[in-house]
Write a protein that binds this ligand. Structure first.
Ligand SMILES: N[C@@H](CCC(=O)N[C@@H](CS)C(=O)NCC(=O)O)C(=O)O
Length: 214
């Protein structure tokens, strides 16, 4: 039995953060497929009672411990492995600041935007998509500026903040309808730096459930 199990599915950028972290630290782990699209598994009383009362992936199981919220999982794994860990009080606070911002303002909008544009049937209301796209462009601009001054979000080395922020940008550009690498050159260079880390894998190669059944 692998040391960690991760409840996840391939299309979830939120789960990708945890899966990528596990791979980058060389952990012994296996995915547990959650049938979000066909079975609506996260919305079932069973899932909420037995896996996560918040009705979400990712959920990390480590022995008797069951953790949800990717930011909590990233923090836990970095403390346990000593890898990608922010060091000292100031850097830990800074990491928390960027992870909360990411969850709300960057991938927190990118996930629903891509879902409404590409995955939901029928697709989302165009006015909602326009609103979300405006927010995303604004916040990617903030990230791009930050990355124009340093190679990784907190500084010279990659941390859990970078692993949080890459949640959705590696998914195919056509799923978003706008081209992050083509528009934000500092983000594009940073994505290449992250991709070069040993253990990096594309979300569709790391988690089960791609492609979606027709
Ligand atoms: N802030 C959470 C977000 C988790 C989240 O929204 N996960 C989505 C999948 S990408 C989910 O499980 N949604 C279930 C549902 O809406 O029923 C995290 O970072 O873990």
């Amino acid at each position: 039995m692998p040391a960690y199990q991760l409840y996840c599915f391939a299309q979830s950028g939120n789960a990708y953060r945890a899966a990528l972290m596990l791979n980058l630290i060389g952990a012994d782990w296996k995915p547990v497929f959650v049938d979000f699209f066909k079975g609506g598994e996260t919305r079932t009383p069973k899932y909420r009672a037995e896996v996560n009362e918040m009705g979400e992936v990712p959920v990390l199981v480590d022995g008797a411990k069951k953790l949800s919220q990717s930011g909590v999982i990233l923090n836990y794994l970095s403390e346990k492995s000593g890898k990608f860990r922010p060091e000292g009080e100031d850097e830990k606070l800074e990491a928390l600041r960027w992870i909360i911002w990411d969850n709300q303002k960057v991938n927190g909008f990118l996930g629903p935007y891509r879902f409404l544009k590409t995955l939901s049937k029928p697709p989302g209301d165009p006015a909602v998509l326009t609103f979300l796209k405006g927010r995303i462009d604004n916040n990617l601009g903030i990230l791009d500026k930050r990355l124009s001054e340093r190679p990784f979000v907190l500084g010279a080395r990659p941390t859990i903040v970078d692993i949080s922020l890459v949640a959705y940008p590696y998914y195919p550009a056509e799923e978003f309808g706008f081209d992050i690498p083509g528009t934000y050159k500092n983000i594009a260079a940073w994505l290449e730096r992250m991709k070069a880390l040993p253990g990096w894998k594309h979300p569709y190669d790391l988690m089960p459930g791609h492609p979606l059944p027709a």
